[in-house]
Design a protein around this ligand. Structure first.
Ligand code: GDP
Ligand code: MG
Length: 218
């Protein structure tokens, strides 16, 4: 019996979340503003990528970043140094952001002022993939320092991703990682999934990544 109740509660939470995600999409459509949900492990480079975008590509466009983190505002502080508007959401024990949190954040903002919204989801390679936060696309940033098996070990996340980024390629040699082998392995598992190799440190691949998500390079 208790299990049955739990399933119903989960379903209700999911349904409610999806309703709110729909409202977020509607609201964004009215302002014609795209939104990307960035997922990935702690330390894969999500914040670094957003720092890079804010530094290099924000001359003629303004970014709004919603940062999910268990307890700190470190990421929002890091990115806002480069001029992007950041809203930090602390989830406590929550391992991913939910649509109601994004909706609340957006309610505090004049969306007309922005050209692009990024969600940096809570650092976690499992939980965020199954929750719709009202974005156009879900993107997973992984990195060579996570080793060669990430694509094989996280089928749900990569199936739910519209694009994957393999970051920190500047460290491939030191990590004894063959980037082409990893990308080939991913192609065999997820033929539809494109993997963009990047380094948020050297800038390699960052323009390609930006173009894939519809960011204008200026
Ligand atoms: N060498 C190298 N280090 C990186 C790269 N991207 C991020 N880092 C470093 O990796 C660490 C974690 O990055 P961060 O952006 O905070 O990861 P997040 O937890 O996914 O937001 C930081 O020390 C970054 O400087 C990269 O492409 N190359
Ligand atoms: Mg971060």
């Amino acid at each position: 019996m208790p299990q049955v109740t739990n399933v119903k509660i989960d379903q209700k939470i999911q349904e409610k979340n999806d309703q709110i995600a729909g409202r977020i999409r509607q609201k964004r459509q009215n302002f014609d503003i795209p939104m990307i949900d960035i997922m990935g492990s702690v330390g894969s480079g999500k914040t670094s990528v957003l720092e890079y975008f804010s530094r290099e590509f924000a001359k003629n466009q303004k970014f709004l970043v919603i940062n999910g983190d268990l307890a700190t505002d470190i990421d929002a502080q890091r990115i806002s140094r480069f001029g992007s508007k950041c809203i930090q959401i602390n989830t406590g024990r929550g391992c991913h952001l939910m649509a109601f949190q994004i909706e609340k954040a957006l309610d505090t903002i004049d969306l007309q002022k922005y050209d692009f919204i990024f969600v940096e989801n809570v650092g976690n390679l499992i939980c965020p993939s199954s929750t719709d936060v009202g974005a156009d696309k879900k993107i997973t940033i992984t990195s060579v320092t996570e080793g060669p098996y990430v694509f094989r070990k996280h089928p749900v996340t990569f199936r739910m991703s519209d694009l994957a980024v393999l970051n920190k390629i500047d460290l491939a040699l030191a990590m004894d990682i063959d980037i082409h082998e990893i990308i080939q392995g991913s192609k065999e598992l997820y033929p539809q999934l494109e993997v963009v190799p990047t380094s948020a440190k050297t800038g390699e691949g960052m323009e390609v990544f930006a173009e894939k998500i519809g960011l204008s390079i200026n």
